[in-house]
Design a protein around this ligand. Structure first.
Ligand code: PLP
Length: 469
């Protein structure tokens, strides 16, 4: 058995997502060794509440014996078959279950390996659809700034977080970004109704600029998750869907985060936002992170159109070795069974309201700029200087909050200066209280540390004025 020091050393061979390659080998990551419910345990045995549920994914909580059993049983029965020419019971059953749960006529399922490949497959499906129906110019994609859709080439290109694109190339000819519908950016004096018009107008203006005849699809997260839990103004998605219909564009709702209970329903597009999109992408909570899997749900309407335009054949030559992986599908079926048996969607609806109330209590802390969210997705955004946009300071405060919260027993892993809470759906009210109380202490301690550092720096300056002073 390796010691944790040896493991941390070996971890230097592991290039982690978003690693700073110049600093490779010098990162100090916490080594986690066990999980149970909403808690995980580090290699020293410390218990930490897993506020992000891994990364918006461990929706049924850690350490479920029956999930392990379902995975084991499927591995022993049949670990893999090629999805090209064969199928399995779990893959077929899971597709049928998802089709039944999805909104409207989204009753076809294309399985992928995760969220990025689901988004990529969705965008390729849109290209395929327009090629088959003889509209090869309709290729342009409109998505949102601050949206995150993944890390494959096309999914990365439609993502709108500029800070995520440093040193990387992207598809820029076919992809266009409109501003995120962020209520915090509502101009002073504008009413909510006017702000909604501005947000929808951004989509219409972009379509005018690119040309309706060239626009293929609008891609949007119901709530922009990694962009900082941005909840769009009421009616935004409905209005954008109408705009898409007017311009013969498809609507891809990226529910990689918002599906499987995060907002209290299996899918959020219809139950929370009242829309039936043409395509839905999902992953994460699909298997609660126990095994990687993603899915693209496709509307029957599109399939019928392809049928009528495709002549004798229209091959969608896109797919993955692990599309419909039987072990992942078995995990997905067990995941849904647990969610339904334990009424986790209902519990998430109720406790989501409580979480939002409790998070609002953090507003009295001076560096808290905003607290927002919906369901079991919440975000507290901090800033050291009012109205300042200083990336280094934003990272500093985020890192300090992270350090103090972890020492106090809470994993936060802020997105720069934004602490995003998306706990397992099984979280209880007491555990929400624990989470918010630690978060408060962590933010206060981070503030104290910044103040101390500033006081020390001022004292040093006083004793040893810099030459230019
Ligand atoms: C909304 C959204 N779409 C797509 C993705 C990409 O998913 P994956 O990391 O599983 O490829 C993510 C990941 O965080 C996401 O939040």
């Amino acid at each position: 058995m390796s010691t944790s020091t040896e493991l941390k050393q070996r971890d230097n061979q592991f290039i982690h997502p978003w690693d700073d390659i110049v600093k490779l080998g010098s990162h100090q990551r916490t080594l986690l060794s066990r999980g149970d419910g909403v808690y995980v345990y580090d290699s020293d045995g410390n218990r930490l509440l897993d506020a992000p549920a891994g990364m918006w994914c461990v929706n049924i909580g850690h350490g479920r014996t029956e999930m392990a059993q379902a995975i084991y049983d499927q591995v022993m029965a049949l670990c893999y078959v090629s999805p090209w020419s064969l199928t399995t019971g779990p893959a077929a059953d899971f597709a049928a279950q998802l089709a039944a749960l999805a909104p409207g006529d989204l009753n076809h399922v294309f399985f992928t390996t995760g969220g990025s490949t689901a988004v990529d497959s969705g965008l390729r499906f849109v290209q395929f659809y327009n090629n088959v129906r003889g509209k090869p110019n309709k290729k342009h994609i409109i998505s949102q700034m601050r949206g995150y859709h993944g890390s494959t080439y096309l999914a990365g290109s439609v993502s709108g977080k500029e800070r995520d694109k440093t040193n990387l190339d992207c598809e820029t000819d076919l992809v266009h970004h409109i501003p995120a519908p962020h209520p915090l950016h509502k101009p002073e004096g504008q009413s909510d109704a006017e702000f909604l018009e501005t947000c929808v107008g951004n989509l219409e203006n972009m379509i005018d600029e690119v040309g309706s005849e060239n626009c293929a699809v609008f891609v949007a997260e119901p709530i922009l998750a990694s962009g900082g839990v941005i909840v769009p103004p009421e009616g935004y998605h409905k209005r954008c869907l109408e705009v898409c219909r007017k311009h013969d564009m498809l609507y891809l709702s990226d529910e990689v985060v918002t599906a499987f209970g995060r907002l209290g329903h299996c899918f959020a597009s219809e139950d929370v936002f009242g829309i039936q999109p043409d395509l839905i992408t999902t992953a994460k909570g699909l298997t609660s992170g126990y095994i990687p899997m993603g899915a693209l749900l496709v509307s029957e309407r599109l399939i019928k159109e392809i049928h009528s335009c495709g002549g004798d054949s229209a091959v969608f030559s896109n797919g993955f070795t692990y599309s419909g992986h039987p072990v992942a599908a078995a995990a997905g079926i067990k995941n849904l069974e647990i969610m339904q048996r334990e009424n986790l969607f209902e519990q998430a609806r109720e406790n989501g309201l409580y979480l939002q109330q409790q998070m609002q209590t953090l507003r009295d802390i001076s560096i808290v700029r905003d607290v927002r969210g919906r369901g079991l997705m919440a975000c507290v955004e901090c800033e050291l200087k009012k109205g300042g946009d200083d990336l280094a300071m934003d990272y500093e405060i985020g890192n300090l909050i992270d350090k103090h919260c972890q020492a106090l027993g809470l994993i936060v892993r802020p997105i720069i200066n934004m602490c995003v809470m998306s706990p397992p759906l099984t979280i209880t009210r007491d555990q929400i209280d624990e989470m918010v109380a630690i978060l408060r202490q962590g933010i206060l301690k981070a503030m104290d540390e910044v103040n101390e550092l500033e006081t020390d720096a001022a004292a040093a300056e006083h004793h040893h004025p810099s030459p230019s002073a």
